[in-house]
Ligand binder design. Structure first.
Ligand SMILES: *[C@@H]1O[C@H](CO)[C@@H](O)[C@H](O)[C@H]1NC(C)=O
Ligand SMILES: *[C@@H]1O[C@H](CO)[C@@H](O)[C@H](O)[C@H]1NC(C)=O
Ligand SMILES: *[C@@H]1O[C@H](CO)[C@@H](O)[C@H](O)[C@H]1NC(C)=O
Ligand SMILES: *[C@@H]1O[C@H](CO)[C@@H](O)[C@H](O)[C@H]1NC(C)=O
Ligand SMILES: *[C@@H]1O[C@H](CO)[C@@H](O)[C@H](O)[C@H]1NC(C)=O
Ligand SMILES: *[C@@H]1O[C@H](CO)[C@@H](O)[C@H](O)[C@H]1NC(C)=O
Length: 409
């Protein structure tokens, strides 16, 4: 509690041409079944003005691919909340507060090609969460999504009826009247690692304890809704992998090819879920990888440009950046499919493609800097731009709209 209260920045293994400064940057840190008739009232292909009146009843989203679509500029209905008035906004994500002038990133609405997302109804969500725990588990991207969810929800709750408790790896927002909590648990690699400290996780040598997850999992196994992610912290060719414990003398360390290590970690995670999750109670979600935008040449700019100074999304359908690793996505997908076969209710929220388009959605230089910038950096903003996280209000709000749609499906 007494530690730094602000939401901390964290370390990434992302390899970019800004590698030299990354440590600093970092530091602070289907086919759509067109059975339209099957999707009740809220679906209307021709007239999206019905959007606002969308009901939150049972939604036939199983019949529509919510992840294929486009961004539509919508100044009327978006953003869903205001950056300034969100009590629990993070300085890492508050781009307007830190000087960003172009605020159009707040006004984009995700529009699936063949149906509408239900309008986010905060009261309905709180009713659904009454007496329940919704827990996000993962890294700072997941924490950003948690902040987004808290901001969406808290705008509807008066000050006396909400609270925030920061207890190490677990941060808990409580909607008191509803006895509902929306929590974030820091576990950037899901399994145990030497980066598990929620504040001091900037370590040069990353070690993952591949078979161990119980230290984390005991804090959230009984949750009602769990939202996981884990991607960017794996982005290095090899992972130092530990069998045995950090403390004991019998630990065995080995450098393992990252993809294999990722696969083993997800196995440990899924084995835990298979055995300990109450299938009658808990809904599980896994957020697919969140893309980065460090390379201007990917969208036709000079290759010394990054997300800095970008003001519009990429419009090329299917755009994919080179820092997104489809092999890792496949590993996650097959782990999840195996879990479903075993009878767990788990859904991958495929936010990768829709986020790929949003090169202008990152904080770039408009966020709290944890260390003073050098003159060299100041003269070259791209060199210290954060093109990993997302400004709020912004892209993670859309992730939460998707989560909302699935919670009510
Ligand atoms: C994610 O969604 C995009 C857009 O629909 C699609 O192209 C891609 O294949 C999907 N990936 C996975 C793993 O489902
Ligand atoms: C939101 O949900 C609440 C509770 O289910 C309901 O009473 C209310 O009518 C909904 N609001 C809208 C705009 O749909
Ligand atoms: C509040 O919710 C928790 C689960 O998050 C439950 O264990 C507890 O019994 C609830 N308390 C009341 C008074 O309903
Ligand atoms: C913080 O967590 C510890 C250990 O999990 C627990 O014993 C303690 O009661 C918690 N404190 C608060 C204020 O929630
Ligand atoms: C889950 O539900 C099934 C069928 O309703 C029941 O037989 C089973 O005992 C329940 N399991 C748990 C862990 O509650
Ligand atoms: C930022 O964009 C504006 C307008 O597109 C352009 O005039 C300016 O040179 C750009 N600045 C940098 C540092 O790229």
């Amino acid at each position: 509690m007494g530690k730094k209260h602000h939401i901390v920045f964290c370390t990434w293994g992302v390899r970019t041409r800004f590698y030299s400064v990354v440590s600093l940057l970092i530091a602070g840190l289907i086919v759509i079944t067109i059975y339209l008739t099957g999707i009740s009232g809220w679906l209307n292909m021709d007239d999206f003005t019905t959007h606002d009146s969308a009901s939150d009843g049972n939604i036939g989203i199983s019949q529509c691919n919510l992840f294929a679509g486009k961004w539509v500029f919508d100044k009327v209905s978006y953003p869903l909340y205001s950056e300034r008035t969100c009590t629990f906004m993070s300085d890492q994500l508050a781009c307007e507060k830190f000087g960003r002038k172009d605020l159009s990133y707040q006004n984009w609405r995700w529009q699936p090609h063949h149906c509408d997302l239900p309008r986010f109804n905060t009261t309905a969500l709180l009713e659904r969460l009454r007496g329940k725990r919704l827990v996000f588990v993962g890294d700072s991207l997941n924490r950003g999504q948690w902040v987004s969810m808290v901001c969406i929800v808290e705008s509807a709750i008066s000050p006396a009826f909400k609270s925030m408790n920061n207890n190490g790896s677990l941060i808990t927002f409580t909607a008191i009247e509803y006895n509902a909590t929306i929590e974030f648990y820091w576990a950037p690699l899901l399994v145990e690692s030497n980066s598990d400290d929620p504040v001091n996780h900037r370590l040069p040598d990353r070690i993952v304890r591949i078979k161990a997850i119980e230290k984390h999992a005991r804090h959230w196994t009984d949750a009602d809704i769990l939202v996981f992610n884990s991607y960017l912290w794996w982005r290095r060719p090899k992972m130092k992998t530990l069998w045995g414990s950090f403390a004991g003398e019998n630990g065995i360390y080995k450098d393992i090819e990252m993809l294999r290590s990722y696969e083993m970690a997800l196995e440990t995670w899924s084995d835990w879920l298979e055995i300990y999750i109450n299938r009658n109670k808990t809904k599980l979600f896994f957020m697919s990888m969140s893309p980065t935008h460090f390379w201007g040449d990917e969208w036709g700019d000079a290759n010394d440009q990054s997300c800095y100074n970008q003001t519009t999304p990429i419009t090329k359908e299917g755009h994919q950046g080179r820092d997104s690793d489809p092999k890792m996505m496949n590993v996650a997908e097959s782990t999840i499919n195996d879990l479903r076969v075993k009878g767990l209710s788990i859904q991958m929220l495929n936010i990768t493609q829709l986020s790929e388009y949003r090169k202008e959605g990152h904080p770039s230089i408009y966020r709290k800097q944890w260390e003073p910038l050098t003159d060299d950096q100041l003269s070259n903003p791209s060199s210290y731009s954060d093109c990993i996280h997302w400004c709020l209000p912004g892209v993670p709000d859309a992730w939460n709209e998707l989560l909302y749609a699935y919670i009510f499906s």
